[in-house]
Ligand binder design. Structure first.
Ligand code: PMP
Length: 461
């Protein structure tokens, strides 16, 4: 037990209910207080520096201090700190941002709706799909399919889409009409000897069977992250989206690409949809949209969906959905500046150049006695720890192996993120240099060795 170190820590324990934290353990252990950031590093209240291996929450793409984003925010705050988009009002930053997103979209898109978080974007997409199907006269076509281990947020509908137990248990979720199909993780879910292609065929057949069993006239949409993030950084098997999309097309089911993590270069293309061959009808994004300096998210819809929404709103007299802060001018101005910076520094080219250093560096750890699978693409990856390399069996979750590694890594100057199945995620700021990647991977290797020694001492490995 580390006692809280200073007054911020003590006040935190007394006052803050933390997201995604064991509240009881937090009362004993206290917080890690982060006070400032610089490039890919953050500093705690003792002045200790850490490489942020997940860019905060897969999001601070330009790192932790970017003066141009500060300037963009202050300039817009002085000019027009708030205005909204209800009843046809608008302002320059939201129009600029909508145009920039449509120009960069992976497939032709028609309009952009703004929200404040990934969860809100996905909830908005669900509501748009329901509204659309009512508007086009098929009110029974409402069910939505997502995947086990997919992550789409925590609001009531988006948490229902999310396919992870912690997001459902005790919350009485998922809501009715949201179904989950299989996880495209070859390492754990393929049958012995099954090729990636054969596994992808089986997953597509399972989806087809689910849609047929439910009745295709009742199934509206399929939500997918190009690369699953919080569920474990899962790269789908070869041919997966090609086969899934054929099934969706057959049953006239819309595809929603959740690009909240993958968008803006993370996978080595501008969009994960491009890396994975997805042609979405609706695309949601957030996080790197503003490098997370301010909260903003977006939902892009294609012409077909927009036309349905427009007809529906004409009948009702309004599209009855929107947030006070939809397209907030300061957040939009920061996002516009962020996208300009991505263009100027050729973020996709940079990721393509430095990604092999991260992917090869992590893959070099595959022989480590604790490592089962190393996976990833672009600047997203995961190292999964296993108890048995031959059977791919994980450690007993009660042993909290990955959380122990996260703790050890702090003393090596790394902030790590552990995911289900004892996987450690890597999703550093996109501006990370090759030297910084090498430093990150070296420190990670040292932390892993230290964990192995500790586990051997405890006869656990
Ligand atoms: N979708 C994906 C793919 C995500 O990774 C996340 C957040 N990690 C969300 C949606 C939800 O975003 P938010 O936390 O901003 O609500």
């Amino acid at each position: 037990m580390t006692p809280p170190r200073n007054s911020t820590a003590i006040r935190d324990v007394a006052s803050v209910l933390h997201p995604y934290t064991d509240a009881r353990a937090h009362q004993k252990n206290g917080p890690l207080v982060i006070t400032r950031g610089e490039g890919v590093r953050v500093f705690d209240d003792q002045g200790k520096s850490y490489i942020e291996t997940v860019a905060g929450l897969w999001c601070a793409a330009l790192g932790f201090h970017n003066e141009r984003l500060v300037q963009a925010a202050t300039k817009q705050m002085r000019q027009l700190p708030f205005y909204h988009g209800f009843t046809g009002r608008t302002h320059e930053p939201q129009v600029d941002l909508a145009e920039m997103l449509l120009e960069r979209a992976p497939v032709p898109m028609s309009k952009v709706f703004f929200a404040n978080s990934g969860s809100e974007a996905n909830d908005s997409a669900i509501k748009m799909i329901w509204y659309y199907n009512n508007a086009v006269g098929r009110p029974q076509k409402k069910k939505i399919i997502s995947r086990l281990k997919g992550y789409h947020g925590v609001t009531i509908a988006s948490a229902s889409l999310t396919g992870l137990p912690y997001n459902h248990k005790f919350f009485d979720l998922p809501i009715a009409g949201i179904l989950h199909t299989g996880t495209p993780h070859h390492y754990h879910n393929a049958r012995p000897g099954e090729s990636e292609e054969a596994f992808a065929t089986r997953l597509a057949e399972e989806l087809d069977a689910m849609i047929v069993a439910e009745g295709p006239e009742t199934v509206a949409a399929f939500f997918a992250e190009p690369v699953m993030g919080a569920g474990g950084v899962i790269i789908p098997p070869a041919t997966y989206f090609e086969k899934i999309q054929a099934v969706l097309k057959k049953h006239d089911v819309l595809l929603v690409a959740d690009e909240v993590i993958c968008g803006f270069g993370r996978t080595g293309e501008y969009w994960g949809s491009q890396s994975l061959g997805m042609r979405p009808d609706i695309l949601t994004c957030a996080k790197a949209l503003s490098s997370s300096y301010l909260p903003i998210s977006a939902v892009m819809v294609n012409e077909r969906v927009f036309e349905g929404l427009a007809d529906g709103s004409a009948g009702l007299g309004t599209f009855g959905h929107g947030f006070t802060y939809s397209g907030h001018p300061v957040a939009a101005a920061v996002a516009v500046e962020t996208l300009k910076i991505y263009d100027e520094i050729d973020i996709v080219g940079h990721v393509k150049r430095v990604a092999p250093t991260m992917q090869d560096g992590l893959r070099a750890l595959a022989g480590h006695p604790l490592v089962g699978e190393v996976r990833g693409m672009g600047l997203i990856g995961a190292v999964e720890l296993v108890a048995d390399k031959a059977t791919h069996a994980n450690f007993d979750p009660a042993l909290k192996i990955a959380p122990r590694l996260v703790k050890i890594a702090e003393s090596h100057g790394l902030i790590l993120r552990s995911l289900p199945n004892d996987s450690i995620a890597f999703s550093p700021p996109l501006v990370i240099t090759e030297a910084e990647i090498t430093d990150m991977v070296t420190r990670f290797g040292a932390a892993l060795d230290e964990l192995a020694v500790t586990l051997r001492r405890e006869s656990l490995a």
